[in-house]
Structures are given as C-alpha cells and as structure tokens.
Design a protein around this ligand. Structure first.
Ligand SMILES: C[S@@+](CC[C@H](N)C(=O)[O-])C[C@H]1O[C@@H](n2cnc3c(N)ncnc32)[C@H](O)[C@@H]1O
Length: 254
C-alpha cells in the first residue's frame, strides 16, 4: 500500500468513526431527555455570552420599547437578558419580571444572576423552573411576554403562541427575536435540511426551518412590527451559526 492510500484509508476510518459517534450521540439525546438537557446546557453555557454579544445592538433596539408593567420572559437560559430589564432606562417602567427556564442546569446559573440583580432592581424578579405553557403562570396576565431564541425550540409553536396571546392583557406586547427558516430556494436551506437531524438532537429540539413569522402573524394582533435581517457570522460564514442567522425581531400588540 502506498503512503497516499494508507493516509486515505486512515482519514476515511477516522471520518467514519466521527460521523458514527455523532449519530449515536444524537440518538442517545433523542431517547434520554436528561442527557439531552445536559448536552445542551454544556453547549449553551459555553456560547450564550458570545451569542448575546453578537446580538447586542439588536437587543438594545428590541428592549427599548414595550417593557412595561408585568413582564414574562420565556426560556431565559442563563439570564443574559437580565441586564436589559434592570437597565435604568430600558426597564424603568417594569413592575415585575418573571423568568421561566426548564433546563435545571441553566436554571442554576439563571438563579445566580437573579439573586445578584435583585439587590439593585427596583422591581421583584421571580424565577420558575418549568416549561411554557406552565400552570405556574397560567392565571396571570402580562403586559409583555418576551421570547429570545426560544420559539425555534418549543415543542408546539402554535400552542405556545396561543398561550402567550391568551396571557397578554389587551394592549400587551409579544416581544421576540428569533432565528427562522432561510429562503426556501437557497443553498443554506438545503444545508439546514441536511444537518437538521443532528442539530435538533444536540440543540434542545431547535428547528432550523421553522416558519415562526408565519405562525405569529396568524393571531388577531392589533398591530405588528417585524424586522428581518441576516446577522453577520464569524469566520466569513464558515461557522455553523450561518445556518441560524436569518433573524426576525419585533413586537406584536394584542
Ligand atoms: C437557545 S436558548 C436561548 C436562551 C435565552 N433566551 C438566550 O437568549 O440566551 C433556548 C432556551 O429555551 C428554553 N426552552 C425550550 N423550550 C421551552 C419551553 N417550552 N418553555 C420554556 N423554555 C423553553 C431552553 O431550555 C433554553 O434555555
């Protein structure tokens, strides 16, 4: 066997083993919720600050109007948005904040942040370790319900939006910043379809091709304001984030 043939065989074997291991890991995550939560928490704990930084300008705009009264944030993760709510300008009209997060391993970090922020916040902050829709908030009414990078992961998008709509007071706002399905006729859409089985398994059920805007506008909103943009990604697009950089951001008023 020549050196080149030997190298090709070794590369083929290593590549095959890596793909096999990834596929096996994906199956394990699908079968065991606890392991899937652990894997996703490891991933999100390592990248949530970076993702937050890359959305800083947009979040400033997102949170600059509509944060009034009683606010519910669904899927708070590690609590990266706390700083916006407790910002003396952005959060000046908030009366209470409830943060819902089902993943226990992220919830620990969220609680740490909330304990710290509670010392200086002018309003009470509650945390709830549960999925939305949740009995713990089912009888409240909110002035604003916030979703940031969450609607891609919820099990049932329409049920989630239906419950959010129900919990909003008349005049209340759904505030969202979400990655959505890339244009149907694009290389990115094809790539998203191909990688989806692995992405969804390791990424807490996140769907790259979810039609979130279409689902939001189905409700009987008094007014909607939606911006669409493509977020810059590191390494000139050679990053997996490229698959999730078609973003919608805005608010829908009941
Ligand atoms: C990609 S992370 C985003 C976290 C945070 N919003 C941020 O911007 O950093 C998605 C979060 O949604 C949470 N999540 C998924 N399904 C949920 C549900 N049905 N109810 C509440 N949170 C949910 C996950 O546990 C995870 O923390």
């Amino acid at each position: 066997m020549s050196g080149a043939e030997w190298a090709t065989n070794v590369l083929g074997a290593v590549g095959g083993a890596a793909v096999g291991a990834l596929a096996l890991g994906a199956v394990v995550c699908r079968l065991n919720r606890n392991i899937a939560d652990w894997v996703f928490a490891r991933i999100w704990l390592s990248m949530s600050d970076e993702v937050d930084k890359s959305l800083k300008v947009y979040k400033r705009e997102l949170f600059s109007s509509g944060l009034t009264g009683h606010v519910l944030e669904v899927g708070s993760g590690t609590g990266v948005n706390l700083k916006h709510y407790t910002d003396p300008q952005l959060g000046k009209d908030i009366e209470s904040l409830t943060m819902l997060e089902p993943n226990e391993r992220l919830y620990e970090k969220l609680e740490e942040g909330v304990n710290e922020a509670s010392g200086t916040a002018r309003f009470p902050i509650h945390t709830i370790n549960d999925f939305f829709p949740s009995d713990a908030v089912a009888t409240q009414q909110y002035d604003a319900i916030v979703f940031v990078l969450v609607l891609c992961s919820v099990k049932d998008l329409r049920e989630t939006l239906h419950e959010a709509y129900r919990l909003l007071k008349p005049g209340g706002k759904l505030i969202f910043l979400e990655h959505v399905c890339p244009p149907r006729v694009s290389l990115k859409y094809l790539a998203a379809l191909m990688i989806s089985p692995l992405w969804t398994s390791y990424g807490d059920g996140c769907k790259l091709t979810r039609q979130t805007e279409e689902a939001i506008v189905e409700f009987d909103w008094h007014e909607t304001e939606i911006e669409r943009f493509t977020k810059a990604v590191p390494h000139h697009g050679l990053s997996l984030e490229w698959l999730a950089n078609n973003i919608i951001m805005g608010q829908a008023t009941k």
